[in-house]
Design a protein around this ligand. Structure first.
Ligand code: GDP
Length: 322
């Protein structure tokens, strides 16, 4: 097992990924397009079973956001909680080279598939009410989902560097739809209905659940769900339930912690974003065989923007090749 061969050391993931990774040569992945069956799509991102990692002693990794508050102690994660993409070997890395391969403010190690991450073009394509009505061109896609008000539209706009693109899916009649945005003419960002809106009638909420669950289970081109969780507040049961459901159903998931710029302790229940994130991680630990990827973001400072795009690129390029 790769991880058990590593020497014990302390790592910092303060370091930005190499800047060249965002501008690496074009990879003609349309020629490699394939549509793995859903079952394959679910398994290609799974790694060693948890039991193999049990022998690895936790190694503290300080994680920081863009905070300028130097008094704050960094949150620690252990080496066995890193997300190591498939076909990625970190056993030859010394501490500094491994540090450089971890995306800032995340547990995600970069693989050789992390390329072609820029967004040059973004177009609204369609809103569908059923999975069967979604685009049928076989392009890979990433679905953004989260509680209403979590910052989903803001993140979508920030990812595509357009101030109002996500407004399309906020128009009347489209808030309950699967909204497809085509990126660079070769992959999709998908905006799903927000859940847990306090004043939505119970029956309507149930409908949204059935509707999005069907999409998660049956959309063969879905590479990964990006579950948005507000890091400025303590974990909410509804988000934990969502993460649990995705874990139980083996739907590939990345957790995106939003609003990481909000650091006013009193206003936000006395905890820093890093503390809320750690608590969330601890609470969902049992739902997954291996630690899912997670990343800290802010649509105000654009923290995590390039990192999310690199992570999407590595998942997408791997998916296309298999
Ligand atoms: P949605 O309902 O999930 O689409 O959420 P929106 O993107 O509409 O954002 C909901 C509210 O949160 C708005 O008032 C945004 O200005 C605010 N917001 C969104 N993202 C951030 C963020 O990263 N930091 C802060 N401080 N506020 C945010």
């Amino acid at each position: 097992m790769i991880l058990s061969q590593l020497p014990r050391f302390h790592l910092s993931i303060f370091t930005k990924p190499p800047s060249s990774s965002l501008s690496s040569p074009h990879f003609n992945f349309l020629n490699h397009r394939s549509n793995p069956p859903v079952s394959l799509a679910r398994t290609i991102f799974s790694f060693a079973p948890k039991s193999n990692l049990a022998t690895v002693e936790p190694i503290p990794l300080p994680v920081v956001s863009d905070s300028s508050d130097m008094d704050e102690a960094p949150v620690e994660i252990s080496l066995d909680k890193l997300f190591i993409p498939p076909e990625t070997d970190i056993s030859g890395d010394d501490p500094s080279s491994l540090t450089a391969r971890i995306l800032k403010g995340s547990n995600i190690v970069l693989s050789r598939y992390a390329r072609d991450a820029q967004v040059a073009q973004a177009d609204y394509v369609k809103s569908s009410v059923r999975t069967e009505d979604c685009p049928a061109d076989g392009l890979p896609e990433f679905a953004l989902v989260g509680r209403s008000n979590v910052g989903k539209s803001s993140l979508l706009n920030s990812l595509v560097r357009r101030k109002r693109l996500a407004l399309t899916s906020k128009k009347p009649g489209k808030t309950q739809c699967i909204n497809h945005f085509r990126i660079n003419d070769n992959w999709y960002l998908v905006d799903l209905p927000g859940y847990g809106y306090a004043s939505a009638p119970h029956e309507l909420k149930q409908d949204w659940n059935t509707f999005t669950k069907d999409y998660f289970l049956n959309r063969s081109t879905l590479v990964s769900v990006f579950l948005l969780v507000d890091a400025s507040i303590p974990p909410k049961q509804i988000d934990l339930d969502y993460a649990s459901w995705l874990g139980q159903n083996q739907v590939p998931m990345t957790m995106v912690f939003t609003k990481c710029d909000k650091r006013k302790k009193k206003k936000n229940g006395g905890k820093r974003p890093e503390e809320n994130i750690k608590e969330f991680q601890d609470l969902i630990q049992g739902f997954f065989e291996t630690t899912p990827p997670w990343i800290m973001t802010s649509s105000v400072t654009n923290q995590g923007r390039d990192e999310i795009l690199l992570h999407m690129a590595q998942l997408r390029n791997y998916w296309l090749k298999h």
